[in-house]
Design a protein. Sequence first.
Length: 315
Amino acid sequence: MVHAQMRALVRRYPAVRYATRKIRIHLPQRLGGLDPAHVPPRVRHFELALPSRSGWAGGGPAALSVTAPGDLRLPRLLHSGGLAGYEPEATACFLALLEHARPGSVLDIGANVGLYAALAAARGRRRVYAFEPTPHTAATARAIAADNGLDVEVVQLALSNHGGTAALRLSATADTANSLAWGPGPQLGRVPVTVDTLSHWRERTGAHPAVVKVDTAATEPDVIAGGLEVLRRCRPWIVCEVRPGNGAEQRLMALLEPFGYRWYHLSGEPPYAPSPMIRAAGAAPHERMWLFAPEPVPERVWRLARAWRAAFAGR
């Protein structure tokens, strides 16, 4: 009975689970201890192979040296499956857009450890900004960029539809789910973060975004709403996650349509047809990425995306 109560306590309260991690590693499993085979390392260090598509002459490193806390989700996924195992449709399209889009900067909004920003810096010559409000995750993104000599500016800022400060919800499920949005899932707590709009940030810095990736764990419509002036002036190509629920699909269409944007679901092999509606319901987590295009996508972009996707698989 006591053993069952201890297991229930550890499972029910994420804060207890995380705070007692070291103890749980050594406890017998019947008392709530961890299986040693599933205990992450304190620090994860590995080389992430970078693709080089057929005909690519842009140079850049063949791999990234990644050092990160062992329990971060994105480094764990990249360590086990490489780029081919993490959003390959979206990252291949992103790399194609870096070659196609007019001159301008790259923004990785909701960067986590800065994968998209690192890809942009390693496979392009554009100015790259990575926005990540979670303090220790932003520090990891800075370290990865510095360790690899990448010109990435990590901006510890949450982008939304307003400025000021807000409480960032720290997810107990995965650090990739930290968000300004309220959620019913378990959380580890909240940390105060600085918030600003994309349009205000661009006005201050003078940046001219050409390619933007947005993944902010359910607040993507707020990011777009705070960047309408950027859409009007700069017409960036946007790779964006769309999560089901809370009317995100309808809000995004209402925000983008007046600016002539089209949307393409990045799922399967390109080319992708323009979709009449943005639909996220029923999509698996790895199938939630969309391309918001300021103009019809030319065949060249799909051809480049296919080449980058093949490079991920070593073909």
